[in-house]
Design a protein. Structure first.
Length: 184
């Protein structure tokens, strides 16, 4: 399911890269300072795993990142298609924004699309189960979870205040394909 499509910033109809190969994805994202990894659970997770079980299954990778980057907080976030606030949640991050802290997200299940704007390009990464993405502080981006969101993700950050979105005011996100088109 993981796929990276790179568009020229001014032309969402053109594609500079379209790949689902893990090494090509990691290499392309590394050029803009974004970290991409694939993680495997240390133990099988039941479909109804609670937050504690999710974090325990990925404890070694979580601790490795905490030691490397100094992240102090870790949590689990879920969004399901029947969430009554799903449209509000989707709309919250559909506009381009930046954070003062790294945005680190690991997808335990489900999917979401990160749109990363850097170096005159828009990198659209459709993330799925097993994908870790670390977006450096100050990177212009937006996130689309789709009209019927379904994901569970582990988030790591230095301080919760660092995750407050600062919107750029640029409407570039409206010109690029939405999650449902990227995931089709």
């Amino acid at each position: 399911m993981t796929r990276l499509t790179v568009y020229p910033e001014g032309d969402p109809a053109a594609r500079d890269l379209d790949t689902s190969e893990e090494q090509r994805i990691a290499a392309a994202l590394q050029t803009i300072g974004v970290r991409f990894e694939r993680w495997r659970a240390a133990q099988p997770l039941p479909p109804d795993a609670d937050d504690t079980a999710v974090m325990q299954a990925y404890r070694a990778d979580i601790e490795r990142l905490r030691a490397e980057r100094g992240y102090r907080a870790v949590d689990v976030v879920r969004c399901l298609p029947d969430n009554p606030a799903r449209q509000e949640m989707r709309g919250k991050f559909l506009d381009e924004h930046v954070h003062d802290d790294d945005e680190v997200r690991f997808f335990v299940e489900g999917a979401g699309a990160f749109y990363l704007r850097a170096a005159g390009k828009v990198h659209v990464l459709l993330c799925g189960r097993g994908d870790l993405l670390s977006v450096p502080a100050g990177t212009r981006h937006w996130f689309d979870m789709g009209p019927a969101p379904y994901f569970t993700a582990i988030r790591l950050f230095t301080t919760p205040a660092g995750w407050v979105a600062r919107f750029t005011g640029d409407k570039i996100a409206q010109r690029f394909p939405a999650f449902e088109n990227v995931a089709a």
